[in-house]
Design a protein around this ligand. Structure first.
Ligand SMILES: *Cc1c(COP(=O)(O)O)cnc(C)c1O
Length: 510
């Protein structure tokens, strides 16, 4: 057996404790089927509190707003609705998400509407009094027209800006920082036209601030955007408006892999595998963006930086502390001096440690390469970390008290001379679709022992985008059910996600 290259998941309470309860998890999958999504709604409220602690550290007022698109579950939204209404909100990016937020207990003053908007979405947002983030001058005009046509109250707006661009550092040491192009937001070069439009639509919309969202982990890019948004707020003030909010969007990120050394070793060895100087680490030599050009490693690793010691609230703290390029002042100071409130819209980071996807092992067969082929009762749409370039190991949960495995019809063809459970194994994880491409990951996954049919694999920390975002009904395979689990003293209580309300669960109070 080759030396295993593990990517151990970062597990914090209560997710670590939950994965230590194989009896409960096996019972849940026995009852509700595989795959099964398990959520920990109390942790999402705790995460919001961690973000707010960073606000307090910098003496900043404002709200943490959950980007709903990261997870569609009821329990997470209802739990957040029960949190401090002045400090915790939700950001919706479709008509359905807006309806869900309203039905989950969020009042419109706690809801922001972003993303591509159709007339129905805009109308319901305006009718209920949600704050809208217009993506363009055109969309601002459409919103203003709706307000006039239906005689609606003035709508609070946070126009989204994009296309930030600044030189950082002085003279020859200067580096140009330009934000990547986005389909969303008015480019800063059109700021004057946007200010004119806001004046023109004064009767219908009220600019309560400005917003950006950059889908990047780059601190410098975000510091530039933040500083230039403060400049835009000042320009609004100069026109006699009274903006109060700077919304800096999401993208605070999650650290998936616990151990920096494991991550470094893995990515180094992946390069070596692509070069052919070590055995393959992926299905059919997939390189995750790397390629071998005549013995030289080319391309770039197209992976999420899975080990991130500074993700989430820590990243916000760093952003607020890092001097902004033009003024040289930390963003926290800029906001404080101008008395602007801070809004954040974390998606992935707010559901960090909030859940896992469980899947049943269906069969285990040896392959020519020596790796085992493991087929799971799930497909690539049910657990889409791979889609997001996140590489991290599942946790093997053997069936409790398992005696020798029952023979599965497809045959667990362990040769008689190799003890079934001895030591680590390399496995390829396949899904339940009749499709060559249905791989749960293209990576060879190392498990501490050979899995058996009936065991579970727990894909931890999958609440952000990896749980329901890509789920589908291809081949009429079941879509995962979702359960909410809360700790009740020393034990656990669970219910179907749709049955979860803050009132019925002991953990569910603000
Ligand atoms: C997706 C999105 C977010 C959340 O991004 P994360 O990377 O999940 O934090 C926030 N704001 C807007 C406008 C978005 O589109």
């Amino acid at each position: 057996m080759r030396v295993p290259l593990y990517l151990r998941p970062r597990l914090e309470p209560p997710l670590d404790a939950l994965l230590d309860t194989p009896h409960l998890l096996h019972t849940l999958v026995d009852a509700l089927g595989s795959p099964l999504n398990v959520l920990l709604p109390d942790r999402v409220a705790e995460n919001a509190e961690r973000f707010l602690a960073v606000y307090r550290k910098h003496h900043l007022a404002g709200r943490v707003t959950f980007a709903h698109k990261a997870n569609g579950a009821n329990s997470l939204l209802r739990r957040l609705a029960a949190a401090d209404p002045a400090a915790v909100g939700v950001d919706v990016a479709s008509l359905g998400e807006l309806q869900h937020a309203l039905a989950s207990g969020f009042t419109p003053d706690r809801i922001t509407a972003t993303g591509p908007k159709d007339p129905a979405f805009l109308w319901l947002a305006a009718r209920t009094g949600v704050t809208v983030h217009p993506d363009s001058i055109t969309e601002l005009g459409q919103l203003a027209d709706l307000v006039r046509r239906f005689a609606l109250p003035r709508v609070a707006v946070l126009p989204r800006l994009s296309g930030f661009d600044a030189a950082t550092g002085a003279g020859a040491t200067g580096v140009r920082v330009r934000s990547r192009r986005s389909r969303f937001g008015t480019p800063l070069t059109e700021a004057e036209a946007l200010l004119d439009a806001l004046d023109r639509h004064r009767d219908a919309v009220e600019p309560v601030g400005v917003a950006y969202h950059l889908d990047t982990t780059g601190l410098a890019e975000k510091a530039v955007a933040l500083e230039q948004c403060v400049g835009f707020l000042d320009a609004l003030r100069a026109r006699g408006r009274d903006p109060r909010v700077l919304d800096i969007g999401g993208g605070f990120g999650v650290g998936y892999v616990d151990d920096a050394a494991q991550w470094d070793r893995y990515t180094t060895e992946l390069g070596n595998a692509v070069l052919g100087t070590r055995p393959a680490l992926t299905w059919r030599g997939h390189g995750y963006g790397l390629r071998n050009e005549g013995g030289t490693l080319r391309g770039a690793l197209a992976l999420y930086p899975a080990h991130r010691p500074d993700a989430g609230p820590g990243y916000l703290d760093e952003l607020l502390t890092t001097p902004a390029p033009a003024t040289g002042r930390p963003p926290a100071t800029l906001l404080l001096e101008h008395l602007y409130d801070l809004s954040t819209q974390p998606g992935r980071a707010l559901v960090d440690q909030c859940g896992a996807v469980l899947a049943r092992v269906l069969d285990v067969t040896p392959s020519d390469s020596g790796d085992l082929l493991v087929r799971l009762a799930m497909n690539a749409g049910d657990m889409s970390l791979e889609e997001h370039g996140v590489l991290v190991d599942p946790v093997l949960l053997p069936r409790p008290g398992d005696s020798p495995p029952a023979d599965s019809p497809s045959g667990d063809t362990t040769p008689a001379d190799s003890p079934p459970d001895a030591g680590p194994v390399g496995v390829h994880l396949f899904g339940n679709l009749c499709l060559e491409a249905d791989l749960i990951t293209r990576r060879t996954v190392f498990l501490p022992r050979r899995p058996r049919p009936g065991d579970l694999l727990a894909f931890a920390n999958t609440a952000g985008y990896a749980m329901d975002f890509h789920a589908h009904r291809a081949q009429r395979q079941p879509v995962a059910r979702t359960v909410a689990v809360v700790r009740d003293g020393g034990s656990w209580r669970w219910c179907l996600d749709e049955e979860y309300w803050p009132t019925t669960h002991p953990g569910g109070t603000a």
